[in-house]
Design a protein around this ligand. Sequence first.
Ligand code: NCD
Length: 324
Amino acid sequence: MNHPSQLDANGRLRHLLTLDGLSRATISALLDRAEALRAQSRGGTVPLSLLRGRTVMNLFFEPSTRTRTSFDLAAQRLGAQVINFDIAHSSTVKGETLLDTVHTLEAMHGDAFVVRHKESGTPAHIAAHLRSRAAVLNAGDGDHAHPTQGLLDALTLRQYRPDFSTLRIAICGDIRHSRVARSDVHAFATLGVQDLRLCAPPELAPTAGEFPQCRIFHDFDEAIAGVDVAIMLRLQKERMQAAAIPSEADYFNRYGLSAQRLHRAAPECLVMHPGPINRGVEIASDVADGPQSLILEQVANGVFARMAVLATLLDADTGTANQA
Ligand code: NCD
């Protein structure tokens, strides 16, 4: 994809647009920093002042609950000021272009732009046209990437299964439209996972050759056999043509994670989902709320993963956490 390097001339992170191409050391340093910030802030209960005087601007052109709230909290818990740009009541509805909006906010000295957009490549486009030293953080662009989700998923998993080299992970659902799947694969493969399985109905499968690191399945019972981690994804109907949308009941029968199906996985298989979940479609309620589910832990870790990225991109003086 056409985007400027997210690394500067010294190999330090300047923007976070994708996990694709980041080194294992860079990803591990971000996860270590998230853990350090969790400890330093006593689980988020003690405010920090690392980013005092800095301004983080959230620009969400698509709906969001978890990602937007956790970026907001992450910035505030580091002492930054946060502007949640209200698209519906902004000059965007009067026809102002995206770049004019960004340049306007840059003139007010935004230090970071957190961008979610339905078009893949929008955060990179903004990064390429900045007029200031601001950092751009991708909060999900089309079906391309959701790097902080990949980081928070790796952070969550690492707490329970520190040795990634022996893990068997299945990611199941609407892979074709999933930026989460793409960023998870980049994170897990870079961190050493050898057995990565992607499972989707043929009409929602990735294009051939897109994931050389993964085995592709269309049969969920085969894909989930013996796995240590099952990551379930929502059907992203907003990115589908009407004809490609399977009926929900049929989908649950073939691809839903029920308690019965979970028995095919390894004992104590961990269950993850980026949210929002559709109960009874890709996951049964008793599994989503059950003892193997890490769904709310993922949410909690989202704040620390985003604190780590903001601190790394904006706090130029800390050095060590930002080595390539
Ligand atoms: C995901 C997203 O928006 O990409 N949600 C999230 O950020 N936690 C997944 C989805 O919408 O299904």
